[in-house]
Design a protein around this ligand. Structure first.
Ligand SMILES: [Zn+2]
Ligand SMILES: [Zn+2]
Length: 1015
């Protein structure tokens, strides 16, 4: 029968469901302290992938472990339902191309489609979650589009506003021209790609020095029409040089930074030599000497076109001169804003902000040459234009990281826009302080990726000019040029009201409000309490990352309900969260941001940030590459346990995983199957044998079992050591090494040594007592292992626990049996029975065995061939007087005796001489092994009795005839004879075949025919 783990897992899933084991495991801990876990909400509008499997198993293991440690671990599921990802899918489905299309289609209809679309793959998510064994409360999830959830988010926004941290500003922000909305810096951080594009060095001719050009370098030629100034760093060195006969560049005088000039020294030298180019430095000066100079614009509009001072200008890249387009650069905008304040007081002309590009990322009609063209597409044409006009100094292919929209992959533009911001820079110190209290796994993220992120923090651009999201609860007065206004600059009433609850809005508007989404909410208006005008909502919705970051509060509808959950810290902060590394600047950040803004401190204590799951070549998985791995396929083929074990043991959670199916297969074969075979061994030899003495009181929880056998004592000592080690590691979230400890124990200690060396006691016990001792020990080991492995491989653990413990209960009625291993308590180590002395001695014995087996292999003698003696150097090992250990060694290496002596070359010395008597024993061993294999092939049960016939050379026949009784004793053979004539011969294809199996083998180079039959 072939073992089918996926099928076995199905059975266990059914059992868990029917008996409500998950619910029971939580209820059983109701009175204890809570261990708080937060589920990062996925979006169900896409199918889950293999990386979701990774996250889910790492979430599950800690929750299961803590439950067994006595904590109550609520695991509320959550769904992220708003935002661009959803809108984009619906746009695609409906064939809508831009915002105009959506508005034509109708916002109400569009949002309805969005709401439906977020559940498209819900059943897939639930199915995968269940199959992988991730216990999650999916019956009562939080859903970010529900009114209760939105109401909490509104309440949070209002708190932020009251603290003076919400503001609207005209700023240059990352903007997706396809989606028509601004993005926050953490969204931008999701979408960087390394690209190669043309960078150009452009010539700006000085007005009062014709033929002299300032050089400026840029990677975004499309921003050049919006240029209004050139910025230099006043403190750094520049120089003017003349060029003559230089290949590819027209003669003239040029100004650049000293460093830039020196970077080209080598090239200049070559060109002097080859082409007779003449390059001369004419002048040297500081940047401040250039400030105020006027230049001829490349694309003239109405602007001063002057050289200005900018402290931000560096000499790292380019010419030390930055072309300033305030509409498309953050630094550019800042420097121009400051400059214009000065210009105002000095009554000088201000620098305009030339917004040459519309919201779709296309040139406006003012830029005649490329009007209506997407700016990135216009880049090559602009370069061509400059070349023709002799304004291009140089052009190069330049590799750099450029941000793309994390959803639609359109290159982002930095674009001047009015947006709503949260002043994160104001709470930066508190964010950094709170981050100090978080246990990051891997630890380097705290100061690295995440710490650096906090250091370079920017204000949170929180508004989105979109449709499907939590509406920004900001209402503003429509009154413009109100009569009371006497201040010149005040153009409207400026009244702003931020709504923090549904009731508040109902009171102000006098309307019953049941739908909080656009467009319905846009129609809710009320009277301005300052001027009596009309208050209307701003059109924006909120960044969906704000939704998910609000979940600690919003999942419980705080503060409108169950306030204690947060205020009394029952469900705040989380003890543990875990998601992929891409959430470091995503959910991990927004959780911290919102909690800190509200003054609640760090929202989680420990976070595991998981490495990417890549394909086996280390490439990102993507549909276009066709290297995506289907999680159902993997679970269906190898089982959930093997898949889980793979993720826990392949490397540290924070490392990238080069996923290969072979590695999952390996975890199945290496660990799961070995563990399973240990259990099958127990089931075969220990469980089935009923002896009258079995109702002896044994409490498996008390590990102080007093078996007289050395091996039993040893495995129990090792077991307690294992419990201690695994507990310590799991408490430190060291999942990998805890798992490897279990694996090593199962493979090396239990399977390759304990069971191997105990076979005789199980298969041919001298008496009932001996079997009982062995069976009790193995039952105890397996039961304890089932508990230790329960959080890791919940299915096989359950199966073993249930089978082994039912045996245990027959042994001792007073032991209360749990229905499931997942309702059990985590085992406790009894340090008193960890016998380090014994473990050291056993280690030595195993070392001796390994060395001896090496010598056998070198001499080419099979293990079944008995040898006469093994000598051990006695000064080296301390096991001389230990009879039991020596017996173990003798058995394992198959020698008659073990002797100790000082005069041995190495540590051990094996007598490799094979006497005729030893040879005879060797032949017998081989025959017995062959018969056993034939029994297996025939599918006999261990208790089945058989008869054996043989026929070989005279030499072999003699040996077998002579040792008939030995064979009868060693095996369940009733009848063992040389074949006696035609009666037992098989007639090929005939009906009178007498044997079940027959075969011809070679022993010592001689032929032997063997046949068996059940009787
Ligand atoms: Zn986009
Ligand atoms: Zn007003």
């Amino acid at each position: 029968m072939k073992l089918d783990f996926p099928k076995l897992e199905q059975k266990i899933l059914k059992f868990w469901k029917k008996e409500k084991i998950f619910e029971k495991s939580i209820k059983a801990r109701a009175k204890k302290r809570d261990f708080v876990f937060y589920e990062g909400p996925p979006t169900a509008n896409g199918k889950p992938g293999i990386h979701h499997l990774e996250a889910r198993v790492f979430k599950d293991i800690i929750c299961r472990y803590k439950t067994m440690r006595g904590f109550r671990v609520l695991r509320k599921a959550g769904w992220d339902t708003h935002g661009l990802p959803v809108e984009l899918e619906v746009e695609k489905k409906l064939g809508l191309k831009n915002k105009k299309d959506i508005e034509k289609f109708g916002i109400a209809k569009f949002n309805k489609k969005c709401k439906e679309s977020v559940w498209q793959y819900k059943s897939d998510w639930e199915d995968l979650t269940e199959k992988i064994g991730y216990w999650l409360d999916m019956k009562d999830p939080y859903i970010t589009y529900e009114s209760n959830y939105i109401e909490t988010v509104w309440w949070i926004i209002k708190r932020i506003f009251k603290n003076g941290l919400l503001y609207q500003d005209y700023k240059v922000i990352p903007y997706c021209p396809r989606c028509g909305t601004s993005l926050s810096s953490h969204e931008v951080a999701q979408g960087y790609k390394t690209i190669k594009e043309n960078a150009v060095t452009v010539k700006f001719e000085l007005v009062d020095e014709p033929g002299t050009y300032i050089l400026a370098w840029t990677t975004t030629p499309w921003t050049l029409p919006a240029n209004v100034a050139l910025a230099v760093n006043p403190e750094i060195d520049y120089l003017k040089f003349s060029l003559k006969n230089y290949p590819g560049i027209s003669d003239g005088n040029y100004i650049t930074s000293k460093k830039d000039f020196e970077d080209y020294k080598e090239e200049i030298g070559k060109n002097k030599f080859r082409y007779g180019a003449i390059v001369k430095i004419i002048d040297k000066f500081k940047g401040k000497d250039l400030v105020g100079k006027e230049y001829k614009p490349l694309y003239p509009f109405d602007a001063p076109y002057k050289v200005i001072a900018g402290g931000f200008v560096s000499i790292e890249e380019g010419t030390g001169v930055v072309h300033i387009a305030p509409a498309f650069g953050e630094d550019d905008m800042n420097v121009i804003k400051m400059l214009n304040v000065k210009c105002q007081t000095l009554n000088e002309p201000e620098f305009p902000i030339l917004l040459t590009v519309n919201e779709e990322g296309k040139f406006k009609k003012e830029v005649k040459k490329w009007a209506g063209m997407f700016v990135k597409d216009a880049d090559p044409l602009i370069i061509e234009d400059l070349k023709k006009r002799g304004l291009l100094f140089g052009e190069e292919l330049y590799e750099h990281d450029y941000p793309f929209c994390w959803r639609c992959k359109t290159p982002l533009l930095y674009y001047a826009k009015k947006s709503w911001f949260i002043r994160m820079t104001e709470v930066k110190k508190r964010l950094i302080k709170n981050n100090q209290k978080i246990n990051w796994i891997p630890s380097y993220l705290k100061k690295g990726r995440f710490g650096q992120w906090l250091k370079d923090l920017k204000d949170w651009a929180v508004s989105r000019e979109r449709y499907w999201g939590t509406p920004l609860p900001v209402w503003f007065c429509q009154t413009v040029n109100s009569q009371q206004s006497k201040v010149k600059s005040q153009k409207s009433c400026d009244n702003i009201v931020v709504i923090g609850s549904i009731r508040e809005l109902e009171k102000l508007s006098g309307k019953k409000i049941s739908e909080l989404h656009r467009p319905y909410i846009d129609e809710i208006t009320f009277k301005c309490d300052k001027c009596g005008g009309l208050m209307k909502r701003v059109p924006e919705v909120i960044d969906c990352w704000f939704d998910s970051g609000s979940m600690p509060f919003a999942q419980y509808h705080y503060p409108f309900k169950d306030k204690d959950l947060i205020d009394k810290k029952n469900q705040f902060p989380a003890d543990y969260i875990c998601e992929g590394v891409d959430q470091t600047r995503g959910w991990f950040y927004t959780l911290l941001a919102i909690s800190t803004l509200l003054g609640f401190g760090p929202p989680y204590k420990t976070v595991i940030s998981l490495g990417h799951v890549l394909d086996k070549q280390g490439e990102k998985m993507s549909k276009s590459k066709g290297n995506i791995v289907d999680p159902w396929y993997i679970i269906g083929k190898y089982g959930a346990d093997a898949s889980r074990w793979y993720f826990y043991t392949v490397n540290q959670p924070g490392d990238s995983k080069l996923f290969s199916e072979r590695d999952v297969e390996k975890s199945l074969k290496k660990f799961i199957l070995t563990f399973w075979n240990c259990f099958i061994f127990y089931n075969t030899y220990a469980k089935l044998r009923k002896t009258p003495q079995q109702n002896i009181n044994v409490n498996p929880r008390n590990y102080q079992r007093k078996s007289a056998t050395l091996l039993d004592k040893w495995i129990i000592s090792r077991l307690n050591g294992l419990v201690e080690k695994v507990t310590q590691k799991m408490d430190k979230y060291d999942i990998v090494f805890a798992a490897r400890d279990i694996e090593n124990f199962v493979i090396d200690d239990l399977s390759l040594w304990y069971i191997r060396r105990s076979r005789k006691r199980f298969q041919k016990p001298r008496n009932a007592q001996e079997l009982k001792e062995a069976a009790k020990t193995l039952a105890l080991v397996l039961e304890t292992l089932s508990k230790l492995s329960a959080p890791f491989t919940p299915f096989i653990a359950e199966n073993i626990y249930k089978n082994v413990s039912s045996f245990k209960c027959r042994l001792a009625q007073q032991v209360s049996k749990k229905m499931s291993v997942h309702l059990e308590d985590w085992p406790k180590a009894n340090k008193n029975i960890i016998d380090k002395g014994l473990e050291t001695k056993m280690e030595q014995a195993r070392k001796i065995v390994a060395m001896t087996l090496n010598q056998r292999a070198e001499a080419g003698i099979k293990i079944r061939q008995p040898l006469s003696s093994l000598k051990i150097k006695d000064l080296r090992f301390k096991i001389k007087g230990d009879k039991e250990l020596l017996e173990l060694i003798k058995d394992e290496v198959n020698v008659r005796e073990v002797v100790f002596g000082p005069k041995i070359k190495g540590d051990v010395e094996l007598d490799t001489e094979i006497t005729p008597e030893l040879k005879e024993k060797g032949v017998l061993r081989e025959v017995i092994r062959q018969i056993q294999q034939m029994r297996k092939t025939a599918g006999y049960k261990p208790k089945d009795k058989i008869m054996v016939r043989y026929e070989g050379t005279e030499f072999l026949n003699k040996i077998l005839n002579r040792n008939k009784n030995f064979v009868l004793r060693e095996m369940k053979v009733e009848d063992f004879c040389q074949k006696d004539g035609a009666l037992y011969r098989t007639v090929q294809g005939g009906a009178d075949q007498v044997f079940d199996i027959e075969k011809e083998i070679k022993i010592e180079g001689q032929k032997l025919w063997l046949a068996i039959k059940k009787i």
